[in-house]
Write a protein that binds this ligand. Structure first.
Ligand code: GLN
Length: 254
């Protein structure tokens, strides 16, 4: 090594030790904790992630487990609030966020996204006797809309009707309860959890016209291209061999 190269290596090492250790270590090791794939999610989003018998289950949990198996890693799942998923991946607290997370241009500024593994639709839940018939009626009226904080439902509704008419809740179940008790007029949320919440609560319905159609993908730290590539490779094999379809069909029967 010549003097100049030595100097660069030394200062890079100092930078790693000083304030950026996690980001530097991810280039030599695949995951934050060696041999472990740490996934963050918000387990209040059936059928993608929810608690059952003291375990987090669902489409995302099973897809992540399968990816971990194929990458020879042990999966560890952490249940956190939806609005801390992206920052947690960004700061290398978690390797990945798998949470029915929609790919958006704004989120792409903070994290990398894998190839998409599923499609989501923003749906509108109202009470059975509601005068709201479609998205235009919802936007044009002076209705109050409940959303899950920091989700695309929250972001798009705040853009379309202004934050004054949007009530943020920690999860979709809380927003649904607020609709039932008449605190709000509608809930905008992804279609699959919407179906689950309506099935669990009589007197509610989902409007036929969807609000938006979106792609779900896995969020990975921007500096961890190696992990991103390995996840994409596993995903493409899982699409080809029918694993993804089998997992989705198990939770969403055709
Ligand atoms: N798909 C929505 C989003 O990414 C909601 C995801 C969720 O609530 N888990 O914002």
């Amino acid at each position: 090594m010549n003097k100049f190269v030595k100097k660069i290596v030394a200062s890079a090492l100092l930078m790693c030790l000083g304030f950026n250790f996690a980001a530097c270590s991810s280039s030599s090791e695949l995951t934050v904790e060696k041999g472990v794939l740490t996934m963050a999610t918000n387990a209040a989003f059936p059928p993608y992630e929810y608690w059952e018998n003291n375990a987090i289950v669902g489409i995302d949990a099973e897809i992540a487990q399968e990816i971990a198996n194929r990458l020879n890693l042990t999966l560890k799942i952490e249940d956190v609030s939806f609005d801390s998923l992206i920052t947690g991946v960004q700061s290398n607290k978690y390797d990945i966020a798998v949470a029915g997370m929609t790919v958006t241009d704004e989120r792409k500024l903070s994290v990398s996204f894998s190839d998409s593994y599923a499609t989501g639709i923003q749906s509108i839940i109202v009470t059975e006797d509601s005068p709201i018939t479609d998205i235009d009626a919802l936007i044009d009226g002076d209705y109050i809309v409940g959303v899950q904080i920091a989700t695309t439902g929250d972001i798009y509704m705040s853009d379309d009707i202004g934050m004054d008419r949007v009530e943020q809740y920690n999860n979709g179940a809380d927003a649904t309860q607020a609709l039932i008790t008449g605190k709000i007029d509608a809930v905008v949320i992804d279609n699959q959890p919407a179906l689950a919440f309506v099935a669990a609560n009589p007197g509610l319905k989902i409007l036929e016209t969807p609000y938006t159609i979106e792609d779900y993908a896995i969020a990975v730290n921007k500096n961890n291209e190696e992990l991103l590539n390995q996840i994409n490779k596993a995903l493409s094999e899982m699409k080809a061999d029918g694993t993804i379809d089998a997992i989705i069909n198990k939770y969403i029967p055709a």
